[in-house]
Each structure stands twice: as structure tokens, then as C-alpha cells.
Ligand binder design. Structure first.
Ligand SMILES: [Zn+2]
Length: 238
């Protein structure tokens, strides 16, 4: 292999590394958002569960309150009924009967309200049980998704480290004049300096190349740059 072919061969390796690094960079940019989506889904489920739980607690508190009122009114009623024989005037008697009727009405209302509340509590308990089950299953599923994403992130990060270490080693073998040209281009194109041609288009800027130039790139025998973006063009298959 002559020097230029050897250099192009090295650039092919660099192109593969840069393409991988670029793809990894994009993937790593997406993962935090994907993790956030998973966390948000979990938070939404928990908020729903909390809301249902809170509504059950509210109903239970209403029930306790109604029961307390009912007991008080029943006590009053008992007390008034015991005192009817003690009243002395007609006026007092009429007032007491009115008070008794009033209390009986309230007690009736409260008993009715209690029945309604008990029905609603039963329904709410059912809702809580149902949603808790769903949340438990979803949480497990989401936690697994999160774990997969974190593992992916870890794998990509270590792959990036490996590739980033490998790249300068390969570049150090490129002959000095071409390495200098690479370095100059790298100032402008930080991530991808060398790219392959894909179906006669620059792999990065997508500019269509003149057919003859594409043919030359395919041979991997010359130092060729993209007429549009200036990146070094090489050929390699998948
Ligand atoms: Zn280009």
C-alpha cells in the first residue's frame, strides 16, 4: 500500500469513528428527554392515585362529621323528649314540639346523607384499589423502561470514551501533510471531518457530487474533499 492509499485507509477508520461519535452524541442528547418522559408518566399516575385517595379521605371525613352531628342531634332529641312533661306553659310546649320536629327533620336528613356517603365511600374505595393496582404495574413497567434507558446511556458513554481514545491514535499514523489538512478542517468541522459518500452525495452536507468525483472517491486512492462543505470524502460500505 502506497502512502496516500494508506492515509486514505486511515481516514476511512476516522470516518467510521466520527460517524459513530456523531450518532452517539445525538442519541445521548435524546435520552435525558426520554427519561424525563418516563418520570413524568410516573408522576402523573401518582398524582391521579393521590387525587382518588384524597377524595376518599374527604368522604370519610364527611362521614365522621355527619355521624357526629347525628349523634348530637339524637342526644338533643332524647333530652327534649324527656323534658316535655316538665314544661309549664303552652307556649313552651309549642316551642319544644317545634324544636323536636326540627331535630327529627335534621336527623332524617343526616341518616339519608350517611347512606349516600357510604355508597360513595364504597365506590371511592373501589377506585383507590383499582388505580393502586394500575399504578403499581405501571410503575414497575416504567422503572424497567428507565433502567433500559440508563443502561443504554451508560453503554453509549463508554463506547464514546473508547472511540474518542482510538481516534487520535489512528490520526497519529496519518502522514504529516494530510494530518495538517485534517487539523485545519477540524477547526471548522468539529464533529465530523471525514465522511463517506452515500449514493453520490456527501455523507454530511448531502450535496450531490459530480459523477466522476464520486467514482474517484470510491477508489480510496486520492485525498478528495466535498466541493460544498470541504469535508474529506472517503468510501466504505456498511
Ligand atoms: Zn459536504
Amino acid at each position: 500500500m502506497n502512502d496516500i492509499r494508506r492515509d486514505i485507509h486511515l481516514f476511512v477508520s476516522v470516518a467510521r469513528i466520527e460517524a459513530s461519535l456523531h450518532a452517539h452524541k445525538l442519541a445521548l442528547q435524546k435520552i435525558p428527554a426520554e427519561i424525563a418522559t418516563v418520570d413524568k408518566a410516573i408522576a402523573e399516575l401518582e398524582a391521579k392515585e393521590n387525587a382518588v385517595q384524597a377524595s376518599l379521605e374527604q368522604l370519610t371525613a364527611q362521614r365522621r362529621n355527619t355521624e357526629k352531628n347525628l349523634r348530637e342531634h339524637e342526644d338533643h332529641l332524647k333530652k327534649y323528649k324527656g323534658q316535655t312533661s316538665l314544661v309549664k306553659t303552652n307556649e313552651e310546649y309549642t316551642a319544644m314540639l317545634k324544636e323536636i320536629a326540627n331535630l327529627e327533620q335534621r336527623i332524617g336528613d343526616e341518616e339519608e346523607q350517611l347512606l349516600i356517603l357510604m355508597d360513595r365511600i364504597e365506590a371511592a374505595q373501589h377506585d383507590v384499589a383499582k388505580i393502586s393496582e394500575v399504578v403499581k404495574a405501571e410503575r414497575a413497567k416504567r422503572a424497567a423502561e428507565r433502567q433500559v434507558l440508563e443502561a443504554q446511556q451508560g453503554n453509549i458513554e463508554s463506547e464514546v470514551e473508547n472511540l474518542a481514545r482510538e481516534k487520535p491514535k489512528i490520526l497519529s499514523e496519518v502522514s504529516p501533510p494530510l494530518l495538517k489538512r485534517y487539523a485545519r478542517l477540524a477547526e471548522k468541522h468539529r464533529d465530523v471531518v471525514v465522511t463517506r459518500v452515500e449514493a453520490e452525495h456527501c455523507g454530511v452536507c448531502r450535496q450531490q457530487l459530480p459523477p466522476q468525483l464520486a467514482v474517484e472517491v470510491r477508489k480510496n486512492e486520492q485525498f478528495i474533499t466535498c466541493p460544498a462543505c470541504g469535508r474529506i470524502l472517503v468510501h466504505y460500505a456498511n
